[in-house]
Design a protein. Structure first.
Length: 269
């Protein structure tokens, strides 16, 4: 099954023109939020999705967001770029998350929760890492789309779903069925699209943090902790949060800061 997934990754189409235009604008110090809003407005699907996200409880803006320019101004260019990247990728991949027991909408929401938690937590840990970690947290479950596709093709949905429902460690179940984990597949997808290498490696080692190179470990650990608290099968459950907090304590990180971030997220969840 690994070979099938590898071939699927090789055959992935290039990211759309709008993705590259957004990247160019965000990397240009002379660009403005108006420039970014203009590119987004050329794609009705991106417009609809951005406004949907902007008006979700996760971000709790005080007024209804009715325009792309409003949304971009409130999110800022970096966060907007991350959200647009996520939306562009999901447009290219056929999403059937039945093996994980969630709908495509729930899958997207869980990814949003992971990135929101990362933002709340890491702005108090190391603000210099937020930009990369927010995007990595938003995208790190992407590999599940290809795993789910293989599970469906092999008529193993019932067996896989049953294992997922009863296992706190989803990566173990994925290895049982496809021989690898979401982290590794997601990393291969973003290698294919030539994403930033630090982000790719952070996602790759998020399931095997102890094997991560020293310069990657802090990033990989942050991703692991976030997806432990918000796993696909029990996001923000008491059990999941407790396991994540135990991991925070084990790694000598500030448990109070992480717990406070969880509480703030739960207020809007």
């Amino acid at each position: 099954m690994l070979e099938e997934i590898a071939e699927r990754i090789k055959s992935l189409p290039p990211l759309p023109k709008s993705f590259h235009e957004i990247g160019f604008i965000c990397n240009n110090p002379d660009s403005s939020v108006q420039d970014l809003a203009h590119v987004i407005e050329e794609d009705p699907m991106l417009v609809a999705n951005l406004l949907k996200v902007a008006n979700s409880p996760l971000y709790s803006f005080r007024r209804e967001i009715k325009s792309v320019l409003q949304a971009v101004s409130l999110f800022g260019m970096s966060t907007t770029r991350s959200l647009m990247t996520d939306m562009s990728i999901k447009k290219l991949l056929s999403v059937d998350m039945a093996p994980y027991g969630v709908t495509p909408e729930e899958f997207a929401h869980i990814s949003g929760l992971q990135s929101a938690l990362m933002m709340l937590w890491y702005k108090k840990v190391d603000p210099s890492k937020i930009e990369m970690l927010f995007l990595a947290a938003l995208l790190q479950e992407t590999g599940k789309i290809l795993i789910a596709d293989e599970i469906v093709k092999n008529d193993e949905v019932y067996q896989f779903k049953s294992e997922i429902e009863n296992n706190a460690n989803i990566a173990i179940v994925e290895k049982m069925f496809v021989g690898t984990t979401t982290g590794d597949i997601t990393a291969k997808i973003f290698e294919h699209w030539k994403f930033d290498d630090v982000m790719v490696q952070a996602i790759r080692y998020s399931d095997d943090v102890d094997d991560a190179p020293d310069e990657i470990r802090a990033y990989a650990l942050a991703l692991k902790i976030v997806k432990t608290a918000i796993p696909m099968n029990s996001p923000l459950s008491e059990r999941s949060v407790t396991i994540a907090l135990n991991l925070v304590t084990k790694e000598n990180l500030n448990e109070a800061v992480f717990a406070e971030s969880i509480e703030k997220l739960l207020e809007h969840y």
